[in-house]
Design a protein around this ligand. Structure first.
Ligand code: BES
Ligand code: MN
Ligand code: ZN
Length: 492
């Protein structure tokens, strides 16, 4: 990562600038500025959100100029900045540029701080270049991507270095999580996921990992997690990761990730259309691993536990049936009315297990419901919480990280929907509607009074290619979790 003084940016061959719709005239000096103002007079630089223009100035230094529109200045937020940077990066990759220098200041408007922009550019600089090609053995030379080196031009170079580095570390953690989630279910299954966690933990002195296998899970009474794994030839595991960045006496923050390596639905079998996408059903687990990896690399002064209940949800003669009643590790019994509502079952035992850490708070990431895709599409993750203050913290962090969340209510009327006549609760609602909230209401039964955030990432964990991501997994939640940790550390 190269960082240069803004004065010098006009001496680099490839330059990226942002303009807004309100003030498209740039206060860039010299012939480059003149050219830009001329093009603007022609009406070709509107500053509209998403507009990318490549210009080739005549001059000795800057050979190529990319101008990206940010839209209306007062509507600018970090999510838009990230998209604009992503668009620039994707174009630069397509044009096979070897390097690009971003004029950071031109992106920093309203409340957005130049330092946060530095982090966002270096972060998006790496995630926008990611493609999952592990099994693509034959690529034409044209398909092979070039690596575009990202540099930042800023007013104050020193302050920027740390933020740019953080951005790169987080970007790499996001890409790591994406590769885990993108891997097909014949390569990534509960035990191989555990192996990945082990491999990661080995690299950091402050990290340790424990893998719970069947006998231990039985001994602990994890009937809910075992029920989900019962139909598969690939046994379930529970991954218990710990990163010790804080004092021994300090209670940890706990992240829990849904680790369903493939969700066929089980006996309540899903339709075959798009069933392949259920390889992404361990995206929550990937987010937890990526978050802890970045936290360790950045040496954050906090204690973090990462709990991943992992299983493959399959139909077979040994699978759980609709109507089965199981006893969770918490002691509460569950009537499994639909074997496809399996995420909440594995979270249940993951949460109960996590209580051994006496957590400050619990944040779970789970591709839990199709209903959240209906409600929020691929745009925002659903947020449900039992704690006003913690929810506000997460929303504030989301504003800075640019990963959108939207809170849904958790009222008693919804809690009533999971009542069962024969067990302590049912795993689906007694009537249709509010599927995302009902899923959260179930999860809450195992949380109790611990401050808790549930993030339903079914709509945001993977998708088609967009302005930042390529097709497939996104690693959603990692930037948000790290920004929240950072803000929390500052407040301490
Ligand atoms: N993994 C799915 C949720 C999902 C759906 C993720 C679409 C990504 C895209 C989850 O296990 C599931 O099957 N949920 C059911 C719950 C229902 C049976 C109450 C659903 O949403 O249909
Ligand atoms: Mn399911
Ligand atoms: Zn699932």
């Amino acid at each position: 990562m190269t960082i240069v003084a803004r004065k010098q940016m006009l001496s680099f061959p490839n330059l990226a600038l942002a303009i807004t719709q309100d003030k498209p005239v740039l206060e860039i000096p010299g012939p480059i500025g003149e050219m830009l103002r001329d093009v603007q007079k022609l009406g070709d630089l509107s500053g509209k959100e998403g507009e990318v223009t490549v210009l080739y100035p005549h001059g000795p230094k800057v050979q190529r100029l990319m101008v990206v529109g940010l839209g209306k200045k007062r509507e600018l937020d970090m999510a838009k900045v990230r998209k604009a940077v992503g668009r620039v990066m994707k174009r630069a990759v397509r044009l096979k540029w070897k390097a690009i220098v971003f004029d950071v200041e031109s992106f920093a408007h309203n409340h957005l701080k130049a330092l946060d922009i530095c982090q966002a550019i270096s972060l998006v600089g790496s995630i926008a270049q990611y493609q999952y090609k592990e099994f693509k053995l034959h690529q034409t030379p044209d398909e092979k991507p070039v690596v575009v080196d990202v540099a930042l031009a800023v007013e104050k170079t020193n302050a920027c270095i740390q933020h740019a580095r953080e951005g790169r570390v987080i970007g790499e953690a996001v890409n790591f999580a994406r590769t885990l989630a993108n891997q097909p279910a014949n390569k990534l299954f509960p035990l191989s996921l555990a192996e990945q966690a082990r491999k990661m933990a080995r690299k950091y002195a402050a990290m340790r990992v424990k893998i719970l296998r069947l006998p231990e899970m039985r001994r602990m009474g994890m009937g809910a997690l075992l029920a989900v794994g019962a139909g598969s030839q690939r046994p379930p595991v529970l991954i218990d990761l710990f990163y010790k960045g804080g004092k021994t006496s300090e209670r940890p923050v706990v992240f829990i990730g849904k680790g369903i390596t493939f969700d066929s639905g089980g006996i309540s079998l899903k339709p075959s259309n798009k069933m392949d996408e259920m390889r992404f059903d361990m995206s929550g687990a990937a987010t937890v691993l990526g978050t802890i990896k970045a936290a360790a690399q950045l040496k954050l002064p906090v204690n973090i536990a990462g709990i991943i209940p992992a299983a493959e949800n399959m139909p077979s003669g040994s699978a759980s049936r609709p109507g089965d009643i199981v006893r969770s590790m918490s002691g509460q019994t569950i009537e499994i009315l639909n074997t496809d509502a399996e995420g909440r079952l594995v979270l249940a035992d993951g949460i109960t297990y996590a209580k051994k850490y006496n957590p400050q708070c619990i944040i779970d990431f789970a591709t839990l419901t199709g209903a959240v895709v209906v409600a929020l599409g691929n745009v925002a993750s659903g947020l449900i919480s039992n704690d006003y203050q913690l929810a506000e913290e997460i929303k504030k962090a989301a504003d800075v990280s640019g990963e959108k969340v939207w809170q849904l209510p958790l009222w008693n009327e919804y809690r009533d929907l999971i009542k069962s006549d024969v067990a302590d609760m049912a795993n689906i609602g007694s009537k249709s509607g509010a599927g995302t909230i009902v899923g959260a209401a179930f999860v809450e039964k195992f949380i109790g009074k611990i401050p808790w955030i549930h993030l339903d990432i079914a709509g945001t964990a993977y998708g088609d290619a967009g302005s930042i991501y390529s097709k497939g997994a996104t690693g959603v939640g990692i930037c948000l979790a790290l920004e929240w940790l950072k803000q929390r550390i500052k407040r301490k």
